[in-house]
Design a protein around this ligand. Structure first.
Ligand SMILES: C[S@@+](CC[C@H](N)C(=O)[O-])C[C@H]1O[C@@H](n2cnc3c(N)ncnc32)[C@H](O)[C@@H]1O
Length: 211
């Protein structure tokens, strides 16, 4: 297998292995800014139900949980890597024990969540790995409350570089592809903005669930 394909497989679904462990270190070191800004941009209120897709090692979960200070405030995380599910569980075990956070080891395209129950959704570096963007977008739309906001953050220049080296398969990494899937699935006000955090430029994709 080519190195790019190997890296892509581990980024897309890290396994408990040397390569998976290295990828988890890379994610933890490189993506904290994206995770924390996605949390900030989705405007979490203290009593919200919030969902993170593809949380990986779990830094975004920690940042979001801190904002859910009311008793009704609840955080849900989904990731279909068994290794990442376990790693995040370890990182947030106190929050899980108190009932503030629930993690599911499942696919974004089939989440064990009831219809129209989530206020805010965020994710970083995740959608490029979904085999079917429309299935993912439709499932996010299904679980969101009417008017709920979804935010996805990425560093587009890095993603484009990796895609050119075939780390990301196909064309799903393109923001236009994901935004089209969101619009087709019933989201409105779908847009991408350039953002800055200190010396880092990143992009945020926004979508509001219309129901
Ligand atoms: C590149 S990592 C990003 C992790 C973290 N959000 C970050 O930015 O550091 C992608 C994560 O999304 C998860 N993932 C990808 N596709 C998924 C899907 N269809 N369902 C659930 N999790 C998925 C992977 O297992 C992995 O943990």
């Amino acid at each position: 297998m080519m190195w790019a394909e190997k890296l892509g497989k581990q980024l897309g679904r890290p396994t408990r292995s040397v390569a998976g462990w290295l990828v988890s270190k890379l994610l933890t070191a490189r993506n904290q800014v994206l995770e924390e800004n996605a949390v900030k941009l989705c405007g979490i209120q203290p009593g919200d139900t919030v969902l993170e897709l593809g949380h990986g090692p779990g830094l975004g979960l920690l940042a979001a949980a801190r904002l859910l200070t009311e008793p009704t405030g609840h955080l849900i995380g989904v990731d279909y890597s068994q290794y990442m599910h376990q790693m995040a569980k370890e990182r947030i075990k106190e929050l899980m024990a108190s009932g503030k956070v629930t993690l599911y080891h499942c696919d974004v395209a089939a989440m064990p969540l009831a219809d129209s129950t989530v206020d805010k959704v965020f994710h970083c570096n995740c959608y490029y790995f979904w085999p079917d963007l429309r299935k993912g977008a439709a499932e996010i739309h299904r679980v969101m409350k009417p008017g709920g906001l979804m935010v996805s953050t990425m560093r587009l220049s890095n993603v484009a570089t990796m895609a050119a080296k075939r780390v990301m398969p196909g064309e799903n990494w393109r923001p236009e592809a994901y935004m089209a899937a969101l619009t087709d699935s019933g989201f409105t006000d779908v847009r991408m903005e350039d953002k800055r955090h200190k010396d880092i430029t990143f992009q945020a994709i926004y979508a509001t669930a219309l129901k």
